[in-house]
Structure formats: structure tokens, C-alpha cells
Design a protein around this ligand. Structure first.
Ligand SMILES: [Zn+2]
Length: 306
């Protein structure tokens, strides 16, 4: 059984007209997941993350800065790319809360796996800074929740968004209980994620040059990233599922096709089945071509339902 977490406020968070991280993204995703083949999805409304959950990975000052600047009307700019609208605080809390609830559901056996169709995304948010469209680091909050509440000793985070998950790396680079593995384009925003950034041996970065496609992507995962995950024997697999490495995406220059997202999803599911009793929670990150995003998420979710 695959659970789908989302919340109406995630459609209301509005960084402004012309902004790539638009409400239309989630609208396209949810429309794709309305198709008949997804009728078996167990649809659940995402709860709010609690302050206690957020404090495991974010400074109190960061939480207060984000929630304290949510405007009554109009918009507030947190960084060059990151804006708050009146619904952004609620959306940020629901996006992080979705991932925590999804972890609870798979750990308690109420669901085998879960996909969180949420925005704002999370993987650029560091312990102290909102950036790159991200307010709270949804997947990091979920990993910390799994460690603290469910007593796990090894949680793997796989990030195939085209951008490096600098926030997730920042949060866990000194915590060997979390393995963070990422493929991403380099050079590209946020200009981190080099192979020499290894944390305490728990960070594995695979930067890929612009123009890389399916063959290079599969080689990086099969040759380096997946063997590291296997060796780590994660008790839970979390996925920062960004779909902006698609060849149609306007923000980057990798050349993946929709079928590559079925491939990576099946591979990650294989790791989860061998080591984590199949437990996998995936959360939406980037993906900015609406048609490619919708098709790629549908492929990802269909593979998770298998
Ligand atoms: Zn991205």
C-alpha cells in the first residue's frame, strides 16, 4: 500500500508570478495522480510539523525567522530566490509534517511506502538558512524524526534532484547515523556537492557535467552510489525526489528521460526491500517543466506502488 500525503496549503504557497517554483507544479502533479491507475493510493492529509520536530534539524532562530516573516498580504523575500506569501508558513509546516507522518506510517506498518506531494521543497534549507525555494528541510526533519522517535540507527537519504542538496548535507555532515548520497549537475546552483565533501564518511556526492544523460546517470548510481547504500544497510530509505534532471527542465542541463525515474525508483526500492523491510518515504523536491514533472512523478509513484 502506497500512501500519498499532500495538503491544500501547499497549492497556496505563492512565490510570485513568473517564479519557477509555482503552485502550477503541484497542480500538475496532483492532476497526474488522479488517473485511474492511481486509484489505489491511500490519500492522507498532511499534518503540521511540530516545533519539536523542526528543532531537531533547524535553529530556533531559523524557525522564528521563517514563520515570523509570513506576510498578511503580498510577499516577503527571504533570499534572492525564496519568498513567503500569506500561506507559506502553513505550507512549510505541512510539507515537513507530511514527511514525519509518512515515516510514522511506514515504521508502524500502516503503509509500506509513502510519497509526499508537497511544496515548498526542502533540500536547500540548511540548519540556519532558508534558500533555493526551500523553507524547512522536509526530508532532513523526517530523518531526524526516524532516528529520535523510532530509534533507528541507520537512515539513508537518496537525492536525485539536479541540484545538490546542500541543506541536507549541512544538517547531517557530522552525523554518521545518516548516509546522504546525491547525484547532481555541477557546476550549478548552489555550487556545492563536490566529491571531496565527505562529511564523516557519510556523504557521497556524484557531480555530473552539464549534458550528462541516462547512461551517465545510471553509471553513477550503479557504480558508486547504490553500492554505498547497500554497504550502509539502511533501516529506512528517504528520497529527495526532484525531477529537474529531466531533459525538458528549464533550470538545468542534464538529459534524463521519464523512464530514468522508473529505473532509479526500482533501484532504491530494491535497497529498501533488502535492508529496510521495504520502508521508503519519498518527498517532492524540484522539477520545473510541468509536463515532464507530471509524467516523471507518475512514473515514480507507479514504480513505488509495484
Ligand atoms: Zn532542483
Amino acid at each position: 500500500m502506497l500512501r500519498l500525503y499532500t495538503h491544500a496549503s501547499c497549492l497556496q504557497h505563492d512565490p510570485g508570478s513568473g517564479h519557477a517554483e509555482s503552485p502550477a507544479r503541484l497542480k500538475a502533479v496532483l492532476h497526474a495522480l488522479d488517473a485511474d491507475r492511481f486509484a489505489a493510493l491511500d490519500r492522507v492529509e498532511a499534518p503540521r510539523a511540530t516545533r519539536e520536530q523542526l528543532l531537531r534539524v533547524h535553529d530556533a532562530a531559523h524557525i522564528d525567522r521563517v514563520l515570523g516573516h509570513v506576510p498578511d498580504q503580498g510577499r516577503h523575500q527571504l533570499d534572492p530566490d525564496t519568498w513567503l506569501s500569506p500561506d507559506s508558513g502553513e505550507a512549510g509546516l505541512r510539507a515537513a509534517g507530511a514527511a514525519c507522518a509518512a515515516v510514522d506510517a511506514v515504521m508502524q506498518g500502516r503503509a509500506a511506502r509513502a510519497f509526499c506531494a508537497v511544496r515548498p521543497p526542502g533540500h536547500h534549507a540548511t540548519r540556519a538558512v532558508a534558500m533555493g525555494f526551500c523553507l524547512f528541510n522536509n526530508v532532513a526533519v523526517a530523518a531526524a524524526h526516524a532516528l529520535e522517535v523510532h530509534g533507528l540507527k541507520r537512515v539513508a537519504i537518496a537525492d536525485f534532484d539536479v541540484h545538490h542538496g546542500n541543506g541536507t548535507q549541512d544538517i547531517f555532515q557530522h552525523d554518521a547515523r545518516v548516509l546522504f548520497i546525491s547525484s547532481h549537475q555541477s557546476p550549478l546552483y548552489p555550487e556545492t556537492g563536490f566529491a571531496h565533501e565527505r562529511g564523516v564518511g557519510n556523504i557521497v556526492n556524484a557531480p555530473m557535467p552539464p549534458g550528462s544523460g541516462s547512461a551517465e546517470f545510471r553509471e553513477v548510481w550503479d557504480g558508486e552510489l547504490l553500492p554505498r547504500m547497500e554497504a550502509f544497510r539502511p533501516q529506512l530509505v528517504l528520497v529527495s525526489a526532484g525531477f529537474d534532471a529531466h531533459r525538458s527542465d528549464p533550470l538545468a542541463d542534464l538529459r534524463l528521460g521519464t523512464e530514468d525515474y522508473a529505473w532509479i525508483t526500482e533501484r532504491l526500492l530494491g535497497v529498501a526491500r533488502r535492508h529496510a523491510e521495504g520502508r521508503l518515504v519519498s518527498s517532492l523536491e524540484g522539477g520545473y517543466d510541468l509536463a515532464a514533472l507530471a509524467a516523471s512523478v507518475a512514473t515514480h509513484v507507479a514504480a513505488l506502488m509495484a
